[in-house]
Design a binder for this molecule. Structure first.
Ligand code: ADP
Ligand code: MG
Length: 681
């Protein structure tokens, strides 16, 4: 059924093909999409600043008259600016329009307008960049005027006018997709009210009410979509475990497990004795000893006569786990083997056969374990390490493997609980909030490249003491070299020939052959190599306690969680460890991030800070899986509403798993599910 909502924006009065093209750039093709294009903020014209009192970097609105207009200046191809001098009783200010000469040309000399934008320039030469312009008549109509995310050629004024049209066109046709009982229970306004008030608010309170409803919608639809993608959680466990005496395992360890490790092991094993399959996330900061929890669970499953699998995101990490787990578990007679993509075909076939016949008790590997043709005899437990590298898609294929295996997910990324619930669904959480005894925080410093020689000397001092270190470089794309960045290989050579001549320097990067990587890693573990120059391949999980110092080049190019992971490679023994962040970045946000890294070693604090700075986009491969960008909701700020929406999603699905009674809502949900499905297949 064709509805006014699906009308192309082009057919709105005053739009036409040219403007429709501009809307298309914003991802808006239909009236529906236009109505869901929300203001970024509102200008309050009752609250104008005097030009003399405006401050740099602040957004503000001013009321001023046009004094003089300069002609268009072409800066370079595709970029032109147009300057307009305006004044109020207190001072003058230059408006700078980039590629928006039409807006500037429409201004009349001597006429007064309201301008809204960010103040730049210096004290005496104030500027406002590409401001939004409102006539006095427009401003006086309502106290709050919406400010929209724009593209060149559109102004908030035009968008507001087109939206007013769209609202008129769809009036009476805006059927609310939210079930009435949910709306009442969570005290949300009706859709029509929300859309009218978000675009043309009567006052600030109405805008808030509208916003609350629209944020809720966005979370609810996302939660329903994710839950539909995950599928139903099975209620029947494929395999139930019996209680076992753990003392032989604990007694065999070279150290005493921490209380937090014992608790996580206890909780997981208890889960596996229940009727439903386990779905547990073990969250522990880098170095908290998650591998031991995995080992204990696999041991427990083996005692019960079943197989386990452990997945790691990289081959290096898989090989390291193989090593650790064999040391811990072979003495009991457990058969631990590995399957990775780089294994020769014959060896792979061998492993698959032994797996199917039950001659392997624990299989360690990369996601190759999930490939077709890998059959287990009785796979009862799947452990995935460093889950944030796996996304929604992998989770789905994992759940389809075997006969409802128990799932244990281990992550060092302290995903806020609400976000984890949203992405993974109903999972239980164990937190390892205790580090093994004797650990000292890693002392972290940010230094400019002028102190590079001193940093090298500091590293040498530690190598001379028989300790080891890392130098990490960002991954370099070709063509970036002239920006002062060096590929790891070239850099390693320079270090070995220069400041570290006479030391044993090794190189590790992602494009090396697996056998080569394994050899280098082994040499570093044994201490044959003293200094390892590496790209981020060592980011996750690598464990060499004798390595106590890390230098990170161009540190500003890494995300905070990534820096935290990298830094987690040192500070794993009892020695004081150091992390030196080399950076000449001037950008205040980058400096803030690095400053935070120096201040805290707490992964949770870092993740929260990062989430605030960058939004949730980069967590969990969120965007790459086709999940929509949130238009109005903010996972970090609107936590309360996120929780309510998730509760509502559960209520809806309990009442009606197929949502057939809510066709309009289902339609919205299906739109997202389809997108994600296209990414998975
Ligand atoms: P992560 O949680 O980062 O995966 P690992 O499992 O790699 O941490 O453990 C980090 C290091 O701490 C390893 O060298 C491991 O042997 C050691 N370790 C783990 N648990 C303990 C413990 N209870 N006491 C002492 N050392 C431990
Ligand atoms: Mg680990």
């Amino acid at each position: 059924m064709a509805s006014a909502m699906d009308t192309p924006v082009q057919y709105l009065k005053g739009v036409g093909p040219r403007r429709a093209e501009l809307y298309h750039k914003l991802g808006i093709d239909t009236v529906r999409q236009l109505l869901w294009h929300f203001p970024r903020s509102y200008v309050n014209f009752g609250d104008c600043a005097e030009i003399a009192s405006t401050e740099g970097d602040q957004f503000c609105s001013i009321r001023a008259a046009v004094v003089r207009k300069s002609g268009e200046q072409r800066i370079r191809k595709g970029l032109s600016i147009f300057k307009v001098l305006v004044a109020d009783d207190t001072g003058e200010l230059t408006l700078v329009f980039y590629n928006t000469k039409y807006t500037a040309e429409a201004l009349s000399i001597g006429e007064e307008y309201y301008f809204y934008g960010r103040i730049g320039g210096s004290g005496l030469r104030r500027e406002m960049n590409t401001p939004q312009v409102f006539t006095l008549a427009e401003a006086e109509r309502g106290a709050l005027s919406p400010v929209y995310p724009l593209t060149a050629g559109l102004t908030s004024r035009i968008v507001a006018a087109n939206i007013a049209q769209a609202l008129e066109l769809t009036a009476g046709e805006l059927t609310d997709f939210l079930p009435g009982e949910i709306r009442l229970e969570y005290q949300l306004c009706e859709l029509e009210f929300a859309l009218c008030q978000i675009h043309r608010p009567k006052d600030a309170a109405s805008a808030e009410i509208a916003k609350r409803r629209l944020i809720f919608d966005e979370f609810l639809i996302l939660a329903l979509a994710l839950s539909s993608i995950r599928g139903k959680r099975s209620v029947e466990a494929g395999y139930r475990m019996e209680e076992t005496d753990f003392s032989p395992f604990f007694d065999s360890l070279p150290f005493t497990p921490t209380g937090a490790q014992r608790r996580a092991i206890g909780q997981s094993c208890q889960d596996m004795r229940r009727d439903a399959p386990m779905n547990r996330l073990v969250q522990g900061d880098v170095g908290s000893g998650k591998t031991l929890v995995a080992a204990a669970c696999c041991w427990y499953v083996w005692k019960n006569g079943f197989q386990s699998a452990m997945m790691a995101p990289t081959e290096i990490l898989a090989m390291q786990h193989l090593d650790t787990l064999q040391k811990l578990l072979s003495p009991f007679g457990m058969r631990v083997e590995v399957l990775t993509a780089s294994l020769p075909a014959a060896a792979k076939r061998k492993v698959r056969e032994r797996l199917a016949s039950g001659e392997i008790d624990l299989l360690v590997g990369t996601h190759a374990i999930l490939s077709n043709g890998v059959e287990f005899r009785n796979l009862a437990l799947v452990v995935t390490d460093e889950q944030h590298r796996f996304g929604v898609a992998q989770r789905v294929s994992l759940a389809q493997k075997g006969n409802q295996p128990h799932v244990l997910v281990m992550s060092a990324t302290p995903i806020p609980r609400t976000l984890a619930l949203m992405v993974y669904g109903d999972l239980d959480l164990s937190v390892i909030d205790e580090l093994p005894p004797g650990r000292q925080p890693v002392l972290t410093y940010r230094v400019g490249s002028d102190k590079r020689e001193r940093a090298y000397a500091f590293v040498r001092k530690h190598l001379d003491m028989g300790l080891q270190g890392y130098v990490v470089c960002p991954l370099i794309e070709q063509g970036e070299v002239d920006m002062g960045l060096k590929p790891a290989a070239q850099y390693a050579e320079e270090l070995a020939a220069g400041p570290f001549s006479g030391y044993r320097v090794g190189l590790l990067h992602g494009r090396m052959k697996q056998a080569e990587k394994d050899r280098i890693m082994a040499e570093f573990k044994e201490g044959t190599l003293q200094l390892l120059v590496s790209t981020t391949v060592i980011e996750v999980g690598v464990d060499v306690p004798n390595a106590v110092i890390m230098m990170i080049e161009n540190a500003e190019r890494f995300g905070m969680s990534q820096l935290h992971q990298l830094r987690g490679r040192v500070g794993r023994g009892t020695q004081q460890s150091y992390c030196i962040l080399l950076s000449d970045a001037k950008n205040p946000e980058a400096r803030q991030r690095l400053g935070m890294m120096c201040k805290t070693g707490n992964g949770f604090e870092i993740a929260e800070f990062d989430l605030k700075l960058r939004g949730p986009g980069d967590f969990l491969g969120y965007r790459q899986h086709g999940l929509p960008q949130l238009a109005i909701a903010d996972m970090a700020k609107d936590v309360g509403l996120l929780e309510s929406a998730q509760r509502a999603a559960r209520e809806i699905l309990e009442r009606q798993p197929d949502m057939s009674g809510y066709p309009l809502l289902r339609e919205q949900v299906q739109r997202i599910v389809k997108n994600v499905g296209e990414q998975i297949n």
